[in-house]
Ligand binder design. Sequence first.
Ligand code: TGC
Ligand code: FAD
Length: 388
Amino acid sequence: MSSNLDPLDLYDVRSELSDDEVMVKETVARFVDDKVIPLMREAFEKHDFPRELIQETAALGLLGSSIDGYDCAGLNSVSYGLICQELERGDSGLRSFVSVQSSLVMYPIHAYGSEEQKQRWLPAMARGEAVGCFGLTEAHGGSDPGSMKTHAKRDGDDWILNGSKMWITNATIADAAVVWATTDEGVKGFIVEKDMPGFEAQEIENKFSLRASVTGALFFDNVRIPEANVLPGVSTLRGPLSCLTQARYGISWGVIGAAQACLDEVLKYTQDRVLFGRPIANTQSIQIRLAEMCRQITTAQLLALRLGRIKDKGELSPTQVSLAKWNNCRAAMDIARDARDILGGAGISAEYVPIRHMLNLESVITYEGTETVHQLIVGKELTGVSAF
Ligand code: TGC
Ligand code: FAD
């Protein structure tokens, strides 16, 4: 770099952070550099989530970090975003684990659970002693959760749950699954415990994306669930959809980390790669491509920070989150693909990070609402018409 600007933070977004936020960012960045990055290439190749990281993320207070009390860190939303960004600089699989545990399992228990449910699950989940998963998607169409077929019926003081869920992060390592089902009383959330008879989780093998993350299917065959395991505060689709808002917010930050890792790699590579008698960094087309990556990262950072500040004021709209999830995932995906290309043949090797990030981002742009879903959410806001 010819000046003292940071190519991964050209507008010095860091200077907009409070001292506490900088401390969170730097602590997680150190953890990712020292403990995460050295593991991830092999974990991805072996199709294996490094479970030892559960305890380490817990020890740093990264699980349920936005929750006040219950042994959680009580950090603000910008700090949660920075945690996601630094973790995803390592690998989207680890950020996924933290997103699901924090935004999709601990958040609904905290927001909609009984005091007994909170006391039972939140401290254990914050300490990494219990792992959760979130079952909303079904095989016949994840974009339209309103069409879910999984259902539960009252039977005395209990409920009987039947159905299945597909593409569930943490499925086979979870101690408890927050499962969404239709009932005669509306959409309800059930805390299904791993040993409940009739409940089975199966791993989905052979993924080419998010290989360092556990993904599976959940099956419920007349699972008997006590009323004490039903979230009392939810009776419509708004419940599960509100959890998605929390997770999508974290993803909007997370993918910036993946994009930064790719730009960092090609900035070094293009200085060293000499073709036709000069480093390829000295050619116009490579400089334009690097500049384009920097432009997209900078835009994504400013969007994410503004979104975080709005969230911390309690004024966040799900549409604002959709625009950021769409923009930032698309930017990260374009950057990872172009970085892969700039590396030439080396770009298909796991020795360089872009192909791993590129493959991971295929999942990240799909889960938590596909790009089309987010475009249509913004379209609905602009026109007042639902075009789904
Ligand atoms: P619609 O009629 O629009 O809404 C039903 C009720 O919910 C409210 N609502 C929301 N509330 C909070 N946050 C949101 N994001 C909300 N979106 C909608 C809405 O106001 C309404 O409330 P009320 O009180 O009037 O009843 O519902 P719809 O059936 O038309 O669906 C709309 C649509 C398509 C946007 C929604 O279904 C959707 O978002 N689909 C995408 C599904 C999705 O993203 N699934 C993700 C599954 S989890 C996952 O992927 C985890 S990956 C994690 C990882 O590993 O990191
Ligand atoms: P579909 O909904 O079948 O979509 C297929 C295509 O149709 C997409 O291109 C979509 O954009 C398009 N489409 C949809 N609606 C419209 C429309 N109205 N107009 C035009 N085009 C449209 N889910 C969970 O509940 N919990 C999890 O923990 C979880 N983890 C996941 C982890 C991974 C690795 C993956 C890949 C997925 C995970 N999911 C999880 C599921 C994820 O949320 C869904 O894959 C996603 O919501 C899309 O659903 P679908 O795969 O059924 O695709």
